[in-house]
Design a binder for this molecule. Sequence first.
Ligand code: HEC
Ligand code: HEC
Length: 151
Amino acid sequence: MKTKIKAIALALALALGFGVLGAAAGAADVKSLRPTEANQPDAPPAIFKVVEGAKHDRAYRQQPPMVPHSIDKYETDIKVNQCLRCHEWPFSDQEKAPKISDMHYIDRNGIRQDTVNGNRYFCKQCHVPQVDAKPLVDNKFQPATLNTNLR
Ligand code: HEC
Ligand code: HEC
C-alpha cells in the first residue's frame, strides 16, 4: 500500500516537473502580436489617405458603390445626416452628386416612403471610401453570378 502511494507521489512530482520545464521552454517560443515591448509606447499605425475621385469597380452586381471622396467631416447621427445634404433630391441636383436610388426609400415591408428609410439611414454601413493600402490577407473572391458567356 505504502509503496503504491509513493509511486503515485513520484509520478505526480515528475509530471509537475516536466510541466514547468515545458512551460518555460514554450514561453521563449511565443511571439507577441505587439511589435513593441509591453512597457514601451506603441508605434502609431500608418495613416492612409482616401483616394479622392477614384472610381472603384464593383466586385459583384449587388455591391453598394464605394465612396469616391473622403467622408470624415460628414456627421451622421440621429439628428443630422450630412450625406443626405448632397445625395438626397433636390440637393443632389444642386451639388451635382448622384441621387440615392429609390431602393433607399423602401421600408422592410416593401412599402415606398417619402423620406430615406431607417434601414438605409446609416450610409457607412454599406458605402465606404477606399485607401491605397496593401491588403492584409490574400483575397480570391469570385462573384457567384459571373456570366462567362458574355465575356
Ligand atoms: C458636399 C457634397 C457631398 C457630401 C456631403 C457627400 N457626398 Fe458623396 N458624392 C458627392 C459627389 C459630387 C459625388 C460624385 C463624385 C464623383 O463621381 O467623382 C459623390 C459620390 C458618392 C458615391 C458614389 C456613387 C456612385 O454611384 O458611384 C457614394 C456611394 C457616396 N458619394 C456616398 C456618400 C456618403 C456615404 C456620404 C456621407 C458620409 C457622402 N457621400 C457625402 C458629394 C457629396
Ligand atoms: C443597406 C445598405 C445601404 C445603405 C445603408 C445605404 N445604401 Fe446607398 N446603395 C446601396 C446599394 C446596394 C446600392 C446600389 C443599388 C442601387 O442603386 O439601388 C446603393 C446605391 C447608392 C448610390 C448610387 C445611386 C445611383 O443611382 O448611382 C448612392 C449615391 C447612394 N447609394 C448613397 C447612399 C447614402 C447617401 C446613404 C445614406 C443615407 C446610403 N446610400 C445608404 C446600399 C445601401
